[in-house]
Design a protein around this ligand. Structure first.
Ligand SMILES: Nc1ncnc2c1ncn2[C@@H]1O[C@H](COP(=O)(O)OP(=O)(O)OP(=O)(O)O)[C@@H](O)[C@H]1O
Length: 408
């Protein structure tokens, strides 16, 4: 298990990480999310003893990395796949890492096979594509068969087959009882790979909970409403009536309406009262990406000067009216549904009661950043601080790959 307590890192007057406390438990994939510059890499470097915390501490199995007996053989990491001697053949690169950690050379061929680089093992890594470099970095992390693995953006540059492979690899490593901590900006991928999420923004903890709970706590459900395509005036009529009744109505690309703020039965009644036939009325939950965008939108440091919602905002279908704002409320983008306490969870029953469609009741509102983490204590595990140093695992692991600028 990795445990950070009050972890803080300042570079001059820049606070990269502030008072971060979390646990990464074995047996599941924990995703580490946050906008650019939020402190993910800094946190990972501190976990690996490559940077000293300004305050607080972080341990692996109860020990700071630098005090772990045989640390390179217990922890494997991929921080920057480019941190490789480009003139060295892939196999030689791994052999040198193995020698440094006392790992038998035959393990090199095993991991080359695991990552699918056996055919190019004799080639210099400077000729490798981005994806091949990532595979080589993952091979280095796996070299010692470590119990704890950290991956910073492991799918960066991988093709779809490679992404699927990494996903399955992470899951199988976790299923073997290992601790797997992985950062990524690919939300759809994280949704499929991670069981648990730690989300930070501007160096501070925003969330520490399961993927499912994160989505539920940070997104309002919405209704998809479709009127007959052949009669566009019915769609406008219904949109007007729903807005008048207090709903948020946004047109979707395929001509449907996305409605928040009204329960499904109410939408159905309004459609009936306005004499509009429906071709679809269905409940939906936002994606991890939408939930993430909503949670982190106040903690983004770097924004494009063009509309940051471009590309996320769905295009209006030909002839469609722009979204109708609700009086007294701003016009949220579809990716940023209203907070649960402002009319979110339109289909959910009060907390603890089943939803009208058999779903769960409304989740609690997103926890405040400084609120006690309701999930942290679910399966309490005392920090492992054995009286004796932990036994070294059978095979050994490589030294963590480091960014060139990490030599500090
Ligand atoms: N050596 C350093 N000196 C000064 N500032 C630094 C240093 N390393 C990181 N920072 C700053 O600390 C903040 C956190 O950076 P970090 O690289 O940890 O973020 P990140 O979440 O990994 O970002 P990204 O997703 O873009 O990789 C940034 O503002 C960065 O500029």
């Amino acid at each position: 298990m990795i445990e950070a307590v009050g972890l803080t890192k300042r570079y001059g007057d820049k606070t990269a990480v502030y008072n971060l406390s979390f646990q990464v438990r074995p047996g599941s994939v924990t995703g580490f999310l946050g906008p650019n510059g939020s402190g993910k890499s800094t946190t990972m470097r501190m976990i690996l003893g490559l940077d000293n915390p300004t305050a607080g501490h972080v341990t692996i199995g109860g020990y700071p990395y630098r005090k772990l007996p045989n640390a390179p053989r217990q922890v494997g990491a991929l921080l920057d796949a480019k941190a490789v001697h480009g003139g060295r053949a892939a196999r030689n690169h791994l052999v040198s890492l193995a020698q440094l950690s006392g790992i038998p050379a035959r393990r090199v061929d095993e991991v080359l096979g695991v990552v699918g680089l056996q055919d190019v093992a004799g080639k210099r890594s400077k000729g490798f594509s981005l994806g091949m470099g990532q595979r080589l970095g993952i091979a280095a992390a796996l070299l010692g068969d470590p119990q704890v693995l950290l991956f910073d953006e492991p799918v960066n540059g991988l093709d779809p087959e490679g992404i699927l492979w990494v996903r399955n690899l992470m899951k199988s490593l976790a299923a073997e009882g290992r601790t797997v901590f992985v950062s990524s900006h690919l939300m759809s991928e994280m949704a499929l790979t991670a069981d648990h999420l730690i989300v930070i923004g501007r160096g501070q903890l925003l969330a520490d909970m399961s993927v499912k709970d994160f989505i539920a706590a940070n997104s309002a459900g919405f209704a998809r409403v479709r009127t007959p395509d052949t009669e566009p005036q019915l769609r406008e009529k219904l949109a007007g009536a729903l807005t008048e009744a207090g709903g948020h109505v946004l047109p979707e690309q395929d001509g449907a309406l996305r409605v928040t703020g009204l329960p499904l039965p109410r939408i159905s009644d309004i459609a009936h009262d306005t004499d509009v036939r429906l071709w679809e009325l269905s409940p939906h939950q936002a994606s991890l990406e939408e939930a993430y965008m909503r949670m982190t939108q106040g903690a983004v440091d770097y924004r494009s000067t063009t509309d940051q919602k471009a590309g996320l905002q769905q295009q209006l279908p030909p002839g469609a009216q722009p979204p109708m704002p609700v009086p007294g409320q701003g016009q949220p983008g579809w990716y940023a549904p209203p907070p649960p306490q402002q009319g979110g969870q339109p289909f959910a029953a009060p907390q603890g009661q089943p939803g009208p469609y058999g779903g769960p009741g409304a989740p609690a509102a997103a926890p405040a950043a400084d609120a006690p983490n309701p999930y942290a204590q679910q399966t309490p595990q005392a920090p492992q601080a054995p009286a004796q140093p932990p036994a070294a695992p059978a095979p050994s692991a490589p030294a963590a790959l480091t960014k060139p600028e990490d030599a500090r």
